[in-house]
Design a protein around this ligand. Structure first.
Ligand SMILES: [Zn+2]
Length: 291
């Protein structure tokens, strides 16, 4: 018995040492100084043979979202003198989907499970750091979609059929507001919940006005309508936004291919518009300057 405990610890140490360098390569965790956190779960291309392929769920990657996020980080730093926190999965989605609960995300593979924990522990720590330093903040979960209607889809955990309601109906639904990833921001913002979602100074409104990017929701497109697809947000914004408490709110940013992810010049133009928009967004809704 006396011999077994040190042996177990020894084995654990060896396993941990063997896993750590790979995990750092699979999940990049960068700390920042701005009250902004970027999570990038689906842009990775690594397919290590020691991680089992996922057997069910979505496995298509969000091409160019890491390159796009790097430009967003650069443009934020240029304007506001600091970097956002960033958590980036470099594993291909066939190996890990951080934007799902661990069972579907890793499907039992121990290395994928450890990578999933590193991703979410990194996001949790980034949120804690932002709350400690700034009191409040915003997490953007960066994705890419291939819907026919090429718009930047902003997800707040408000489903498409809910967006079909009137502004007055949305503003009156306290239970709905409390179930969104911007629950805390709604309390801080001087604007109504519906304005936060699709007013001229919502993130969609700002991106459309400042950068000419077609968005959803936004003033000119308050809901998806009958045929268009729309992603309202999944695990990352639910786990790390303010739905369950805390003062970091979260928005899923689903980027179309054309005009946003396709070419480096598109990525740059979008990164500039997003960085500019966030400065205005923080002043209006969070009541503070980013710089
Ligand atoms: Zn995605």
């Amino acid at each position: 018995m006396i011999m077994r405990i040190p042996f177990f610890l020894f084995i654990s140490a060896v396993v941990l040492k063997a896993q750590t360098p790979d995990l750092e390569k699979y999940i990049e965790v960068r700390s920042g100084s701005l009250p902004i956190i970027l999570t990038v779960p689906h842009g990775g291309t690594l397919k290590p043979s020691n991680v089992l392929a996922r057997r069910y769920g979505v496995t298509g990657m969000d091409a160019n979202t890491i390159q796009l996020s790097e430009m967003i980080i650069e443009e934020l730093e240029k304007r506001y003198g600091g970097r956002p926190h960033a958590i980036i999965s470099r594993l291909h989605r066939t190996k890990l989907d951080p934007n799902r609960e661990i069972k579907e995300a890793a499907q039992g593979d121990p290395t994928a499970e450890a990578a999933w924990r590193r991703f979410h522990d990194g996001a949790t720590a980034a949120c804690a750091s932002v709350m400690k330093k700034h009191g409040m903040g915003l997490l953007l979960d960066i994705h890419g979609h291939r819907h026919l209607d090429q718009r930047v889809e902003l997800g707040y955990l408000v489903k498409a059929d809910m967006l079909k309601r009137s502004d007055a109906e949305l503003n009156a639904d306290a239970a709905l507001i409390a179930s969104t990833s911007i629950r805390d921001l709604d309390k801080r913002s001087p604007q109504s919940f519906a304005e936060l979602l699709r007013g001229p100074q919502s993130l969609g409104g700002l991106l459309e006005n400042r950068g000419g990017f077609r968005c959803l929701p936004c003033p000119s497109k308050p809901n998806p309508g009958l045929l268009a697809g729309y992603f309202s947000g999944v695990y990352d914004v639910a786990a790390h936004g303010s739905r369950n408490g805390g003062t970091v709110s979260a928005i899923q940013v689903e980027c179309p291919w054309h005009n946003v992810r396709e070419r480096p010049e598109d990525q740059r133009r979008f990164a500039i518009a997003l960085a500019d928009s966030l400065g205005v967004y923080f002043e209006i809704h969070f009541g503070r300057k980013l710089k």
